[in-house]
Design a protein around this ligand. Structure first.
Ligand code: TNX
Length: 505
């Protein structure tokens, strides 16, 4: 078996099932979306229309399987995919496409068939419910078309959360009807005074783009059809220079700021005025209309404290609320929004820096600074999504070497990603339950094109998918399957980093 991620169990049978013009497809009503996806995915490559009817590929709803679990039984006579829910059936459909071979991944016909599935019984289910990937569309905008393609790629690897980092110092990428300047001004950065060229510490080149609200509705519904939940992030109160550039009254200075052109943590931060809190509640109102999923991330990472330490209103807040310091002020500020989300039936997510000034109640913690932070959050009784930078940040280089593209951080090789264990050491059974899963991160300071995104994401995202889907820790076995998986990625047109080293850029 060459499946990626590897299934929990696969027992080969005798013979093959062949798909041809007469092969039918049918599904129990609850599983119809998975069957519709399969038909849509296979027809362009195979030319087969897979007419409705029993006796060919069948999706059957059964009880007794877990939420995302499926059982696939291929015999010479038929392919049966059993699941309790549509997501389970969808993962069965994804597995079936992998069994058909790399040509099944193409968007047009290159082969006449026959399209064969080896007889097999597969039992499969994920280890974690949160199998995510963060894409930073703020530092470099990812056009809608390319984001939709990534949703397909996530789903092909049985990942189910897209954490969309929509706002940062260097760009605001979401249309907000009430505050049009967020995108009119905040979505565009101009040439840097340091020069219009790509550099390790800044991007001097003009850059911009944003999603309209219709774009977002389209993205969210495309993702939902593939059982991917989009978690929007509006990063507060740091990483907000683009918003302050659009509405200077949100900041602490009298000056008008540009959208930031340098990378790294800037000194600008939102002020703590009631009007600023009201502004971002308005923003969240529109976010909630657009993103129906349970989770909304309000950031809380890397908040610079200098301006607050100097600002009279911030010092007044600290005194009036009887807070210890600016760390507690940060947690107080973020809590204005986490409480707001909880009151509207949503689940707030925030970065682990919020540990310093106290985690807002009900916060799901996105732990990026290492498993010790994740463990602290779990021990404090919070749900945690782990994303330790050393193992899951795919913006880090894949290898040493002059030819690797400029990147953030150190080296995170394929083996490290594959061997990553989402559960921090030393947790009790109850604390382990708090670990919802993990997410990889594609921060894009240096990832300025979809081609480079492919290069940084793959094959590491396939290794990550395996780490979060199953317990398999056999890297050599993964490498063997990866050789076949790369043919699938080739068929999809994914420009992954080849095992032998970088492409000659
Ligand atoms: C830290 S992880 C950040 C991002 C950067 C990233 C680069 C986190 C919450 N903040 O703003 O893009 O490092 O790897």
């Amino acid at each position: 078996m060459t499946l990626v991620p590897a299934p929990v169990a696969a027992v080969p049978g005798q013979g093959v099932f062949s798909l041809g013009p007469a092969t039918t497809l049918t599904a129990d009503p609850a599983l119809a979306r998975a069957a519709a996806w399969l038909r849509e995915a296979l027809t362009p490559a195979t030319g087969l229309s897979l007419p409705e009817g029993p006796g060919g590929i069948e999706f059957r709803q059964v009880s007794g399987l877990a939420e995302e679990e499926y059982r696939l039984t291929a015999t010479p006579g038929r392919v049966l995919i059993e699941a309790a829910t549509a997501p389970g059936a969808f993962y069965g459909a994804q597995t079936l496409r992998q069994l058909l071979g790399p040509a099944a991944f193409r968007a047009g016909r290159t082969a006449e068939g026959p399209w064969r599935v080896p007889a097999v019984t597969i039992e499969d289910r994920p280890r974690y419910g949160w199998r995510g990937c963060l894409i930073d569309v703020a530092r470099h905008f990812l056009p809608k078309h390319d984001l939709l393609r990534y949703i397909d790629l996530l789903a092909a690897h049985k990942l189910n959360v897209l954490h969309l980092h929509l706002t940062d110092d260097q760009g605001w990428r979401l249309q907000i009807r009430k505050y049009p300047k967020l995108t009119e001004i905040g979505a565009w950065r101009h040439e840097s005074p340091l020069g219009a060229k790509k550099h390790r510490r800044w991007d001097g080149r003009p850059h911009g783009g944003y999603y309209t609200q219709d774009d977002i509705r389209e993205i969210v519904s495309y993702a939902a059809d593939r059982f991917v939940t989009v978690v929007p992030e509006i990063d507060l109160p740091g990483h907000t220079q683009a918003a302050i550039a659009a509405y200077p009254e949100l900041g602490n200075l009298d000056a008008t700021l540009p959208v930031r052109t340098e990378w790294g943590v800037g000194e600008n931060v939102l002020n703590v005025a009631d009007a600023t809190i009201a502004f971002f509640k308005d923003v969240l109102d529109e976010v909630l209309e657009l993103f129906p999923g349970p989770y909304v991330c309000v950031g809380g990472d890397e908040v610079p404290k200098g301006q607050w330490n100097e600002s009279v209103p911030a010092k007044e807040r600290i005194r009036e609320l009887d807070l210890r310091d600016a760390e507690e002020l940060q947690s107080w500020f973020v809590r204005r929004f986490t409480d707001y989300l909880i009151a509207r039936g949503r689940k707030p997510v925030g970065w682990d820096e919020l540990l310093a000034g106290g985690l807002p109640p009900g916060l799901t913690v996105a732990a990026w600074r290492g498993q010790a932070c994740a463990a602290m959050a779990a021990r404090a009784g919070h749900d945690v999504v782990v994303s330790p930078f050393a193992e899951t940040y795919l913006d880090f280089r894949q290898a040493e070497g002059e030819q690797e593209p400029v990147a953030i951080g150190s080296v995170t090789g394929l083996r490290a990603v594959h061997g990553f264990d989402p559960v921090p050491a030393g947790l009790s059974a109850a604390e382990r339950e708090r670990v919802l899963g993990a997410q990889a991160a594609l921060w894009t300071e240096h990832i300025d094109s979809p081609r480079l995104l492919d290069y940084m994401a793959f094959p590491r995202l396939a290794a990550f998918a395996e780490a979060v889907w199953n317990d398999g820790r056999d890297f050599e076995d993964f490498l063997g399957r990866l050789a076949v998986h790369e043919r699938r990625l080739d068929a999809l047109g994914v420009e992954y980093r080849p095992a032998g080293g970088p492409h000659p850029w």
